[in-house]
Ligand binder design. Structure first.
Ligand SMILES: [Zn+2]
Length: 428
């Protein structure tokens, strides 16, 4: 048993933070047994770790990220989506046929997730089985919580980076079969997006969703051009979202994760609600290459669930705390140009990055009794002269902090050293 003492910040609700100044978190076997402002007498003899003025936060969730794009972050940002895919992303992703390339990138990436405090993930990979399998093993070795899957593409892709339909389905089924059943790292269907997936491929994936009861992650109405192209290629369906519903991809009980959702129609909203879908807001990526802002406040009001994603390499920075700040920033831009939209505040975006993101995993995303102690110990961000409140400290960390301000990291109650884990990843 361990007792952590410090300034605790977690979400009380979508609108409100729960802040306990100099509070105590009792952790037993990786789970939180008690959170309070005084230490109960029965715990007085247990080991106490005093984090002093530092903040104790729940670890973050990154529900949309492309693992293979880690080396290209911050490059090609003058492009819009399709030029960025053909000019930068597809050539770069094709490198993962070389397992040594994959090993070098994925080991550094997994270390960076640990450094940045993103312990709950949903990751795209590439079409290459061995590289995808390697990433899975590294995530396991690092003790992270994740969904990941082999990317499906059988058309509208370059000759050097495309699968035949049957091959794509066969590899996907093999990946699911070999990785099903783990508690922390789970397979998920990963069709890139409707334009790169033929109807027979989508139908095949729909059968796998039902057969293995797995979820799906993809991009949905991410740009006007993408939504229009999807409709042109699937004229039999009313919208992008209906393709996934009609062809059976939402039949499994696993999570349904949709990146961007910038232009949801009534059909998409119905589908998101009916299948308990989670929309992933990626503010950096939508500013960089996608050109649109998710109507997040309006979607939230309609009862739709929103999480945050770094979407590296469309996004350029891996830390989700910065996406919390960016979500608040760009919501004000949206409100300026479209005054009917409400803005998002820091507490709202923090909730998306922890509680909503955590909802697809088992008991993560809050510092509350019964939850796993997946947590970060963060500098109080105080200026020597100008003292602020604890909610200000969280805000400042999101805006100007980085991984150097994260002093300690805990997964399942155990303290993690990213560099020590990295050494082990190289041996996977
Ligand atoms: Zn993406």
């Amino acid at each position: 048993m361990q007792i952590h003492k410090g300034n605790i910040i977690t979400s009380a609700s979508y609108d409100e933070l729960r802040i306990i100044e100099q509070g105590y978190i009792v952790v037993k076997d990786g789970f939180i047994e008690d959170v309070s402002d005084t230490l109960k007498p029965e715990y007085e003899k247990e080991t106490l770790i005093d984090h002093k003025e530092k903040l104790i936060l729940p670890a973050f969730c990154d529900l949309h990220m492309h693992a293979p794009q880690y080396p290209q972050r911050g490059i090609g940002m003058d492009c819009l989506l399709f030029d960025w895919l053909s000019g930068y992303t597809f050539p770069q992703e094709s490198n993962y046929k070389d397992i040594q390339y994959a090993k070098s990138v994925y080991a550094r990436l997994v270390r960076e997730f640990l450094r940045q405090g993103s312990f709950h993930l949903s990751l795209f990979t590439t079409i290459h089985y061995d590289a995808c399998d390697l990433l899975y093993k590294m995530l396991k070795e690092a003790g992270l919580y994740a969904y990941t899957g082999l990317v499906n593409m059988d058309r509208n892709s370059p000759d050097y980076y495309v699968d035949e339909t049957a091959v794509s389905l066969e590899k996907t089924e093999r990946f699911i079969c070999e990785h099903l059943g783990d508690e922390k790292v789970k397979p998920i269907l990963t069709p890139r997006f409707a334009p790169t997936c033929s109807r027979p491929l989508m139908e095949g994936l729909g059968k796998l969703a039902e057969k293995y009861d797995v979820g799906v992650q993809t991009h949905l109405v991410e740009s006007k051009a993408e939504a229009a192209w999807a409709k042109e290629l699937y004229p039999e369906f009313a919208s992008d979202g209906e393709i996934y519903e009609a062809l059976g991809l939402l039949k499994g009980s696993g999570p349904k994760i949709f990146a961007h959702v910038i232009f949801p129609t009534e059909t998409e909203e119905r589908i998101l609600k009916e299948y308990n879908g989670i929309s992933v807001h990626c503010p950096d990526a939508t500013s960089n290459i996608i050109a649109g802002i998710m109507p997040s406040a309006a979607m939230q009001k309609k009862g739709l669930k929103i999480a945050l994603g770094s979407d590296v390499g469309g996004g350029h920075f891996l830390g989700i705390y910065r996406q919390i700040a960016r979500a608040a920033q760009i919501s004000k831009m949206k409100q300026f140009y479209e005054p009917e939209h409400d803005k998002i505040e820091l507490a709202n975006a923090f909730y998306m990055a922890t509680v909503n993101g955590g909802s697809i995993f088992d008991r993560v995303g809050k510092l509350e009794k019964g939850y796993r102690f997946n947590a970060l110990v963060v500098d109080d961000m105080l200026d020597e002269e100008y003292h602020t409140s604890l909610s200000d400290a969280l805000e400042r960390f999101c805006y100007i902090g980085d991984e150097r301000n994260i002093a300690e990291r805990y997964i399942d109650g155990k303290k993690i050293d990213p560099d020590e884990v990295y050494e082990r990843l190289l041996k996977v």
